[in-house]
Design a protein around this ligand. Structure first.
Ligand SMILES: Nc1ncnc2c1ncn2[C@@H]1O[C@H](COP(=O)(O)OP(=O)(O)OP(=O)(O)O)[C@@H](O)[C@H]1O
Ligand SMILES: [Mg+2]
Length: 348
């Protein structure tokens, strides 16, 4: 469905400054895959998606989408994809329902189908009460939901979603995911979905494949479980009597599957490929050596641990550091997310 080779984008900002936004990305996405693209702000995710959706031309390299070259046949590419850009697509003075219907008709639906899909999506995305309102009167989160409705109105073989859930409250995020997954199972042809998100839990739970991008390059590409097992490993923390930590650490180092051992006071922290599998052996070894373990905690790594092990930086921290104020209906305590640009991006 997607095949890129050495895809590159440089932005010449001034005579002395060029931004190397995307540096040679080679990526294959098969029909029916659900791929999440993760990476810190400025990693090159949006730039990559905008090249795939023909909104900007690559500086170098090639990209084929749905079997068509993005430079040679942009129209064919556009008719095969649905796209929700990071910036809003809706016209401010239009009415909500009309915007979704018009988008549906632009995407080739007949008027009746466009109306039915619009009503269905406005219901799913909690916008039914706002259907007759002007877009400019919507809150930030409502407007984001409208963008998503416009991108989903026809059910194309390939959906490209740039931060579809940013700015949505937890209830609407859950509804959106529910709908995306239902759309996928309901469609006759395999539906391919490529999306970016800063919500690591979403990528972890829903994506079958995770592509991590940093500084314009793909630095990891696998299932979330494989990345976690390969790169981060489980953590087994064992607490022993003060003074025994060194002895337990020596035993843990010899245990099968151990990758690293660290001592923190009376806590011994063991990184291992399979935490639940390694724990009984660690406890038996401690017992045989006469060491009393008073507490055991096994934690599985998160995708943030994966990013940390790849780059030495936390994805969570890089997102928080650059996060702006969220939309007005974003409740407190929801994970922070980066800005959405106000640039208008419409595929028509
Ligand atoms: N039109 C442009 N002109 C100049 N530089 C640009 C342009 N668009 C993007 N960039 C730069 O390219 C780099 C990659 O930006 P991009 O929007 O692809 O990042 P991103 O991974 O989508 O980040 P975010 O998580 O913040 O959305 C950034 O340094 C950005 O400032
Ligand atoms: Mg982006």
């Amino acid at each position: 469905m997607i095949r890129t080779r050495g895809l590159t984008k440089d932005f010449v900002v001034s005579r002395t400054e060029t931004v190397h936004a995307v540096r040679g990305i080679s990526l294959d996405v098969e029909p029916g895959e659900l791929v999440a693209v993760l990476g810190p702000n400025g990693a090159g995710k949006t730039t990559t998606l905008r090249m795939l959706t023909t909104l900007i031309p690559p500086t170098a390299g090639t990209a084929e989408v749905a079997g068509h070259d993005v430079v040679a046949h942009p129209d064919r590419v556009r008719s095969a994809i649905g796209y929700v850009g990071q910036g809003g697509a809706a016209g401010a003075s239009q009415r909500v329902r009309d915007e979704v219907m018009t988008q549906g008709e632009i995407d080739g639906l007949d008027r009746r189908t466009a109306r039915r899909r619009a009503d269905e999506l406005l219901e799913v995305l909690d916008l039914a009460d706002q259907a007759g309102r002007k877009v400019e009167s919507l809150s930030g989160g409502q407007r984001r939901r409208l963008d998503v409705a416009m991108g989903l109105v026809h059910t194309p073989p390939l959906l490209i979603l740039d931060e579809p859930s940013t700015g949505l409250d937890p209830h609407n995020r859950a509804n959106l995911w529910d709908h995306i997954l239902r759309m996928r199972t309901a469609s006759r042809e395999p539906m391919t979905i490529v999306l970016t998100t800063h919500y690591l839990d979403e990528a972890d739970t829903f994506a079958e494949r995770v592509v991590v991008v940093d500084h314009g390059q793909v630095i990891a590409d696998d299932t979330a479980d494989a990345l976690k097992a390969e790169l981060a490993g489980d953590r087994v923390a064992l607490r022993v009597a003060p003074g025994d930590a060194g002895k337990l650490a020596t035993l843990a180092e010899r245990a099968p599957g151990t990758r690293s051992v660290a001592i923190d006071g009376d806590r011994v922290e063991v990184r291992t490929a399979d935490g639940p599998g390694a724990t009984p052996g660690l406890l038996r070894a401690a017992d045989a050596a006469g060491l009393a373990v008073t507490r055991v905690d096994v934690t599985r790594p998160t995708l943030d641990d994966v990013f940390l092990s790849l780059t030495g930086r936390s994805l969570r921290e890089t997102a928080v550091a650059t996060a702006p104020d969220l939309s007005d209906d974003e409740p407190a305590g929801t994970p922070t997310a980066p800005a959405t640009s106000t640039r208008k991006e419409v595929l028509a």
